[in-house]
Design a protein around this ligand. Structure first.
Ligand code: AMP
Ligand code: MG
Length: 318
């Protein structure tokens, strides 16, 4: 997924650091290796638009004409959840913008620290014409996409990965606690041996290398952050980042530079962090509340906007 995975697992009878109560940390044990394989399979078989042979790549390969496919049941479920959030966010989340995200090509540009020529208005308009989640249709088990439409599940992939990790953790009774981060998406599970809350630090969107604050979480929670500092290129003083506004085809200018969501599902957290970023502070908070999610939105001027529940779990600094 082009990102860094970090995992800490507490396992009964593990071979790593052993705690007083008999639980232990298993840094390189079978469980953590299995999780990496699980994530590679998720990407390679289902979600990646780069990995040849993945379901999404095959759907996109057919985009020369109208696409008529029956996705696997797991992909159908994923798409169903995504389409619901697209509708609830007035299209702020739209995974049919593949042609646009490829036009901006921010992933590769930012990784290379690259030179970018800003796409022309005509190019953006043309790519925009091939987008629009409401133009895709579900008919029974089939998904029908108009010619030219390309899927990009980048906004939800890391959150879905957290959901898969959680399902695995639940199936392993020897695992008593875990915190797994897939890029900007994190899942916490169970308990730490000392019973203290999980601490998840939120990156400061404007001060490289420092943190804005820390979340204190108990049990199973999903955290996702979307920020304009993750992948961006600056041209003539303008920051072009990787979160696009499906209404304009340009990087979202909602006045926000970072959004963190905490809720009870990985896909939901990841989808909402992207959607809220596009919607801006007021509409973003309303969308999060609608989903019973907690949200922390950071404005470009540094102001913090939080749901009531977020104020209880987030502490500035530390
Ligand atoms: P995230 O970092 O989770 O906010 O996801 C950003 C990634 O999702 C980008 O790199 C694009 O591939 C894709 N993307 C950008 N804007 C949107 C959007 N408004 N809706 C859906 N996907 C998007
Ligand atoms: Mg996201």
């Amino acid at each position: 997924m082009g990102t860094i995975v970090t995992q800490t697992l507490y396992v009964r009878g593990g071979s790593g650091t052993v705690y007083e109560n008999g639980e232990s940390e298993a840094a390189t044990d079978a469980e953590s290796i299995f999780i990496m394989q699980l994530l590679e399979e998720l990407e390679g078989r289902e979600l990646s638009w780069r990995a040849e042979g993945s379901e999404v790549a095959e759907i996109n390969a057919g985009a020369g004409g109208e696409v008529h496919v029956v996705p696997s049941s797991s992909l159908r479920e994923i798409l169903g959840q995504i389409w619901q959030i697209s509708a609830d966010s007035d299209g702020a989340l739209d995974v049919t913008l593949g042609r646009l995200s490829r036009l901006w090509n921010m992933d590769e540009l930012a990784a290379e620290g690259g030179q970018m020529s800003v796409p022309s208005i005509e190019q953006v308009r043309s790519a925009l014409e091939d987008t629009g989640y409401e133009r895709a249709r579900f008919s029974g088990d089939a998904l029908i996409l108009p010619a030219g439409m390309q899927l990009d599940l980048g906004a939800v992939g890391k959150g879905i990965a957290c959901d898969r990790v959680s399902a695995y953790l639940h199936s392993q009774p020897q695992i008593t606690g875990a915190v797994v981060a897939v890029g900007g998406s994190v899942v916490t599970y169970g308990q730490k041996p000392d019973g203290s809350p999980w601490k998840v630090a939120i990156i400061h969107p404007r001060e490289e290398g420092s943190y804005l604050g820390v979340l204190s979480l108990t049990g199973e929670q999903y955290v996702s952050t979307s920020g304009d500092y993750e992948r961006y290129v600056t041209v003539d003083g303008v920051r072009y980042h990787h979160i696009l506004d499906p209404a304009t085809g340009y990087p979202a200018r909602s006045g926000l530079c970072s959004v963190t969501i905490v809720c009870d599902g990985g896909l939901t957290a990841d989808a909402l962090s992207t959607a809220c970023f596009v919607l801006g502070p007021e509409r973003g908070i309303a969308l999060a509340e609608n989903y019973g999610a907690e949200a922390l939105l950071v404005s470009e001027d540094g102001a913090l906007h939080m749901t009531e529940g977020m104020k209880k779990i987030f502490s500035v600094g530390e």
